[in-house]
Design a protein around this ligand. Structure first.
Ligand SMILES: [Zn+2]
Length: 115
């Protein structure tokens, strides 16, 4: 993996970077320019404290607004449609997500093929 400093990653507009150095908890892992070591983040999310914080966020106004915005986004719409149609995430679905506006059309096509 390419070794890069956070400053360089920010200058290049990257979200992830790798310093090759251990974090304060000793993980030699990729880091997020906004939230630090990914291994630390994962451990935190799985901790009781992290789960409680996540639950509190989901119930907060900010969390509700973020969920609503996601549900109305192209990706959120595709996810909801896929769930409704009971589709597994095939490569077409993932490509559709990346293609943004093509999502709905692609999923409707998949639905028609399934019915
Ligand atoms: Zn760490």
């Amino acid at each position: 993996m390419k070794i890069i400093t956070r400053k360089e990653a920010l200058a290049q507009g990257l979200k992830r970077y790798f310093t090759g150095k251990p974090c304060k908890r000793g993980h030699v892992a990729e880091r997020s320019t906004s939230a630090g070591c990914y291994t630390c983040r994962k451990a935190y999310r799985q901790s009781e404290e992290g789960k409680a914080a996540s639950k509190a966020y989901m119930q907060s106004e900010k969390g509700k607004a973020a969920r609503k915005a996601y549900a109305q986004s192209e990706e959120g719409t595709a996810r909801a449609l896929r769930k409704t149609l009971g589709l597994a995430p095939p490569s077409e679905y993932i490509e559709a997500v990346h293609a943004g506006r093509l999502i709905k059309r692609e999923l409707i096509k998949l639905k028609e093929q399934n019915l």
